[in-house]
Design a protein around this ligand. Structure first.
Ligand SMILES: N[C@@H](CCC(=O)N[C@@H](CS)C(=O)NCC(=O)O)C(=O)O
Length: 288
């Protein structure tokens, strides 16, 4: 089974898409399809950018774990070089997955685009308005720096921080990962979610009590950095940008952890996720 296909016209219960509209897209015209895995913070970044552009899109949820192979079978090129690392290195299983390819993977007409940074630039090219980057060169450079850090540092840290808790006991995360700001994490099936969480924590992302300690020690500094960008107007300004869409889903994922949620809520970063990824009412009713 490849996964569930659906449009984002609002009928999706666990994805607060809603803002996209149907209609012709910039020069492209064709409907976009975005391949994702359930609850992925990286995938939500891509979806938020499509919604910002008001480009209608269809979501195809792939089965977590086999998704790198499926995106390759679907004709996406994958990456010649690894794009991710844990603790400063790309071990063999991560390198293999990166070579096969990551999600979000966007298909629009004949174009296939992978990675959020490439998707951001592709979307600005085919449909310049509303932009994903400021036009002023200095402000653009600041947004690109935040976007790069959100991609290379925060996205992996968030994944590992959430996985470390979930692999220990899913009771440590919101609704045992069954719902929340990003929807159900990894799988809609509780038992499969637990299995995927264990495999991802152990094999791909090395999320264990040792690495978790280090990541948790670094977390306040990471959140300070996000708050400083918010104070400077780089993030969470009047016009949202590619860095907002890259960073907010990672903060939202970290806030699935019961022990970290209040700390995030008390910060400007908490206000940012309330704006960009509010808790869906159905998920709020499922608390804790
Ligand atoms: N940093 C890249 C990569 C995204 C990424 O890591 N996607 C994950 C899903 S959360 C993935 O496809 N992982 C493959 C795997 O680890 O199995 C981006 O933002 O596009």
């Amino acid at each position: 089974m490849m996964g569930a296909a659906r449009t984002n016209a609002g009928e999706v219960d666990d994805v607060s898409a809603g803002t996209s509209v149907r209609g012709a897209v910039g020069g492209a015209g064709a409907e976009a399809t975005v391949y994702v895995i359930p609850g992925s913070h990286a995938c939500r970044a891509g979806m938020l950018m499509l919604e910002h552009k008001r480009i209608p899109y269809r979501v195809v949820e792939l089965v977590t774990g086999v998704h790198p192979f499926i995106v390759r079978l679907l004709g996406f090129p994958g990456n010649k070089q690894p794009i991710r690392s844990v603790d400063g290195r790309t071990h063999r299983s991560l390198a293999l997955i990166d070579r096969m390819g990551t999600v979000p993977a966007l298909r629009l007409g004949a174009e296939r685009v992978q990675t959020n940074r490439a998707i951001a630039r592709f979307l600005d090219r085919i449909q310049p308005q509303p932009p994903l980057f400021p036009s002023d060169p200095e402000r653009r450079a600041a947004v690109e720096e935040a976007e790069r850090w959100g991609d290379e540092v925060l996205q992996m840290a968030a994944r590992r921080i959430a996985l470390a808790a979930a692999a220990r006991d899913t009771a440590e995360i919101y609704d045992r990962g069954g719902s929340g700001r990003l929807g159900a994490l990894l799988s809609h099936h509780r038992a499969l979610r637990t299995v995927h969480g264990h495999v991802a924590a152990r094999l791909a992302f090395r999320a264990n009590p040792n690495t978790e300690r280090k990541l948790l020690a670094e977390l306040p500094g990471m959140l300070d950095r996000v708050d400083a960008w918010i104070a400077d107007g780089v993030l969470n300004g009047a016009e949202l940008n590619a860095a907002d869409f890259m960073i907010a889903p990672s903060i939202a994922l970290i806030s699935y952890r019961h022990d970290l949620r209040d700390e995030i809520a008390a910060r400007p970063a908490g206000g940012m996720i309330d704006r960009i990824l509010p808790m869906p009412p159905a998920a709020a009713a499922a608390a804790p």
